[in-house]
Write a protein that binds this ligand. Structure first.
Ligand code: AKG
Ligand code: FE2
Length: 183
Protein backbone atom coordinates (compact mmCIF):
# COMPACT_ATOMS: atom_id res chain seq x y z
CA UNK A 1 0.00 0.00 0.00
CA UNK A 2 1.41 3.35 -1.00
CA UNK A 3 0.70 6.68 0.55
CA UNK A 4 -0.97 9.72 -0.88
CA UNK A 5 0.26 12.85 0.84
CA UNK A 6 -1.74 16.09 0.91
CA UNK A 7 -0.57 19.61 1.76
CA UNK A 8 -3.85 21.51 2.28
CA UNK A 9 -2.42 25.03 1.83
CA UNK A 10 0.58 24.65 -0.50
CA UNK A 11 -0.48 27.79 -2.39
CA UNK A 12 -2.91 30.55 -1.38
CA UNK A 13 -5.99 31.20 -3.55
CA UNK A 14 -4.34 34.44 -4.76
CA UNK A 15 -1.21 32.51 -5.75
CA UNK A 16 -3.35 29.95 -7.61
CA UNK A 17 -4.97 32.80 -9.55
CA UNK A 18 -1.51 34.19 -10.41
CA UNK A 19 -0.40 30.79 -11.74
CA UNK A 20 -3.53 30.46 -13.89
CA UNK A 21 -2.93 33.98 -15.23
CA UNK A 22 0.70 33.12 -16.02
CA UNK A 23 -0.43 30.05 -17.96
CA UNK A 24 -2.89 32.16 -19.99
CA UNK A 25 -0.31 34.86 -20.87
CA UNK A 26 0.06 32.88 -24.07
CA UNK A 27 -2.12 30.33 -25.87
CA UNK A 28 -2.48 26.92 -24.27
CA UNK A 29 -1.61 23.86 -26.34
CA UNK A 30 -3.85 20.92 -27.07
CA UNK A 31 -2.79 17.95 -24.92
CA UNK A 32 -1.44 15.13 -27.06
CA UNK A 33 -0.75 17.18 -30.17
CA UNK A 34 2.58 18.61 -29.11
CA UNK A 35 6.01 17.09 -29.12
CA UNK A 36 6.34 17.00 -25.37
CA UNK A 37 5.73 14.04 -23.08
CA UNK A 38 2.03 13.73 -23.69
CA UNK A 39 1.45 10.21 -25.00
CA UNK A 40 -2.23 9.86 -24.15
CA UNK A 41 -5.19 10.06 -26.46
CA UNK A 42 -7.31 9.47 -23.40
CA UNK A 43 -6.92 13.08 -22.39
CA UNK A 44 -9.00 16.11 -23.29
CA UNK A 45 -7.31 19.18 -21.88
CA UNK A 46 -5.25 22.23 -22.82
CA UNK A 47 -1.73 22.66 -21.48
CA UNK A 48 0.82 25.34 -20.72
CA UNK A 49 4.41 24.79 -19.58
CA UNK A 50 5.52 27.28 -16.98
CA UNK A 51 9.16 27.28 -18.10
CA UNK A 52 7.88 29.06 -21.21
CA UNK A 53 6.14 31.76 -19.15
CA UNK A 54 8.19 34.71 -17.89
CA UNK A 55 7.77 35.50 -14.21
CA UNK A 56 7.14 31.95 -13.03
CA UNK A 57 10.41 31.36 -11.15
CA UNK A 58 8.70 31.75 -7.77
CA UNK A 59 6.40 28.84 -8.62
CA UNK A 60 9.34 26.51 -9.27
CA UNK A 61 11.05 27.69 -6.07
CA UNK A 62 7.91 26.84 -4.07
CA UNK A 63 7.60 23.47 -5.82
CA UNK A 64 11.19 22.53 -4.94
CA UNK A 65 10.61 23.44 -1.30
CA UNK A 66 7.33 21.52 -1.03
CA UNK A 67 8.45 18.39 -2.87
CA UNK A 68 11.75 18.20 -0.96
CA UNK A 69 10.04 18.53 2.41
CA UNK A 70 7.33 15.96 1.66
CA UNK A 71 9.79 13.53 0.11
CA UNK A 72 12.00 13.75 3.19
CA UNK A 73 9.09 13.34 5.59
CA UNK A 74 6.87 10.85 3.79
CA UNK A 75 8.37 9.07 0.77
CA UNK A 76 12.15 8.90 1.07
CA UNK A 77 12.59 8.39 -2.67
CA UNK A 78 15.98 8.82 -4.30
CA UNK A 79 15.25 12.01 -6.30
CA UNK A 80 17.85 13.80 -8.38
CA UNK A 81 16.13 16.43 -10.51
CA UNK A 82 13.04 18.08 -11.93
CA UNK A 83 13.62 17.11 -15.54
CA UNK A 84 10.37 18.55 -16.92
CA UNK A 85 8.66 21.90 -16.75
CA UNK A 86 5.73 22.39 -14.40
CA UNK A 87 2.56 21.87 -16.42
CA UNK A 88 -0.69 23.80 -16.06
CA UNK A 89 -3.73 21.96 -17.44
CA UNK A 90 -7.20 23.30 -18.17
CA UNK A 91 -10.19 20.95 -18.27
CA UNK A 92 -13.32 22.72 -19.54
CA UNK A 93 -16.97 21.67 -19.39
CA UNK A 94 -17.50 22.77 -23.03
CA UNK A 95 -15.97 19.45 -24.12
CA UNK A 96 -16.04 17.53 -20.86
CA UNK A 97 -12.30 17.85 -20.27
CA UNK A 98 -10.87 14.77 -18.57
CA UNK A 99 -7.90 12.42 -18.26
CA UNK A 100 -8.53 8.67 -18.12
CA UNK A 101 -6.81 6.17 -15.81
CA UNK A 102 -3.04 6.24 -16.27
CA UNK A 103 0.32 6.02 -14.56
CA UNK A 104 2.80 8.85 -15.09
CA UNK A 105 5.74 6.52 -15.71
CA UNK A 106 6.07 6.20 -19.48
CA UNK A 107 8.47 4.71 -22.01
CA UNK A 108 10.32 7.88 -23.00
CA UNK A 109 13.77 8.69 -21.63
CA UNK A 110 12.38 11.34 -19.30
CA UNK A 111 8.97 9.86 -18.42
CA UNK A 112 10.76 6.67 -17.42
CA UNK A 113 12.56 8.54 -14.64
CA UNK A 114 9.44 10.04 -13.05
CA UNK A 115 9.17 9.02 -9.41
CA UNK A 116 7.03 11.48 -7.51
CA UNK A 117 4.05 13.42 -8.91
CA UNK A 118 2.58 16.55 -7.34
CA UNK A 119 -0.77 18.00 -8.46
CA UNK A 120 -2.00 21.35 -7.17
CA UNK A 121 -5.70 22.28 -7.30
CA UNK A 122 -5.62 25.73 -8.89
CA UNK A 123 -9.39 26.29 -9.14
CA UNK A 124 -11.91 26.98 -6.40
CA UNK A 125 -13.79 23.82 -5.53
CA UNK A 126 -17.15 25.42 -6.38
CA UNK A 127 -15.97 26.72 -9.77
CA UNK A 128 -16.64 23.39 -11.47
CA UNK A 129 -18.52 20.11 -11.22
CA UNK A 130 -16.82 16.81 -11.97
CA UNK A 131 -13.08 17.13 -12.59
CA UNK A 132 -12.33 14.91 -9.62
CA UNK A 133 -8.74 13.74 -9.34
CA UNK A 134 -9.08 10.10 -8.31
CA UNK A 135 -6.22 7.85 -7.24
CA UNK A 136 -5.87 4.10 -6.81
CA UNK A 137 -3.33 3.40 -4.07
CA UNK A 138 -4.83 -0.09 -3.78
CA UNK A 139 -8.10 -1.65 -4.94
CA UNK A 140 -10.06 1.28 -3.55
CA UNK A 141 -10.43 4.56 -5.41
CA UNK A 142 -9.71 7.71 -3.40
CA UNK A 143 -10.72 11.24 -4.37
CA UNK A 144 -7.96 13.81 -3.92
CA UNK A 145 -8.50 16.87 -1.75
CA UNK A 146 -10.39 19.41 -3.89
CA UNK A 147 -9.54 22.53 -1.88
CA UNK A 148 -8.01 25.36 -3.92
CA UNK A 149 -4.26 25.51 -3.27
CA UNK A 150 -4.05 21.95 -1.96
CA UNK A 151 -1.16 19.85 -3.24
CA UNK A 152 -1.47 16.09 -3.61
CA UNK A 153 1.71 14.01 -3.87
CA UNK A 154 1.88 10.36 -4.88
CA UNK A 155 4.33 7.89 -6.42
CA UNK A 156 4.29 8.42 -10.20
CA UNK A 157 3.44 4.78 -10.88
CA UNK A 158 0.14 5.07 -8.96
CA UNK A 159 -2.93 4.91 -11.20
CA UNK A 160 -4.96 8.14 -11.29
CA UNK A 161 -7.49 9.95 -13.47
CA UNK A 162 -9.51 13.17 -13.75
CA UNK A 163 -13.25 12.63 -14.22
CA UNK A 164 -15.04 14.75 -16.89
CA UNK A 165 -15.75 18.37 -16.00
CA UNK A 166 -19.49 18.95 -16.46
CA UNK A 167 -19.74 22.61 -15.35
CA UNK A 168 -17.18 25.41 -15.35
CA UNK A 169 -13.46 24.79 -15.71
CA UNK A 170 -10.73 23.22 -13.62
CA UNK A 171 -7.07 24.20 -13.70
CA UNK A 172 -4.33 22.08 -12.17
CA UNK A 173 -0.56 22.34 -11.80
CA UNK A 174 1.43 19.13 -12.22
CA UNK A 175 5.13 18.59 -11.57
CA UNK A 176 7.23 15.44 -11.60
CA UNK A 177 10.39 14.75 -9.60
CA UNK A 178 12.83 12.37 -11.28
CA UNK A 179 15.51 9.96 -10.21
CA UNK A 180 16.95 6.50 -10.78
CA UNK A 181 14.31 3.89 -11.63
CA UNK A 182 12.56 2.10 -8.77
CA UNK A 183 14.10 -1.24 -7.90
O1 AKG B 1 -4.88 17.46 -13.70
C1 AKG B 1 -4.71 16.59 -12.86
O2 AKG B 1 -5.27 16.61 -11.76
C2 AKG B 1 -3.82 15.41 -13.15
C3 AKG B 1 -2.86 15.63 -14.28
C4 AKG B 1 -2.11 14.37 -14.60
O3 AKG B 1 -2.44 13.31 -14.14
C5 AKG B 1 -0.92 14.39 -15.47
O4 AKG B 1 -0.60 15.45 -16.04
O5 AKG B 1 -0.25 13.35 -15.60
FE1 FE2 C 1 -0.92 11.88 -14.40
Amino acid sequence: MFAIHTIPDAFTPAECARIVALAHQDDLAEAGLVGRVSDHNIRRAELAWLDERAGSDWVMERIIRLVSAVNRAAFGFDLSEFAESPQVARYGAEREGHFGWHSDIGDGPVARKRKLTMVVQLSAADAYDGGVLELRPDLAVRAAERWQGAAVLFPSFMLHRVTPVTRGERHSLTIWAHGPAFR
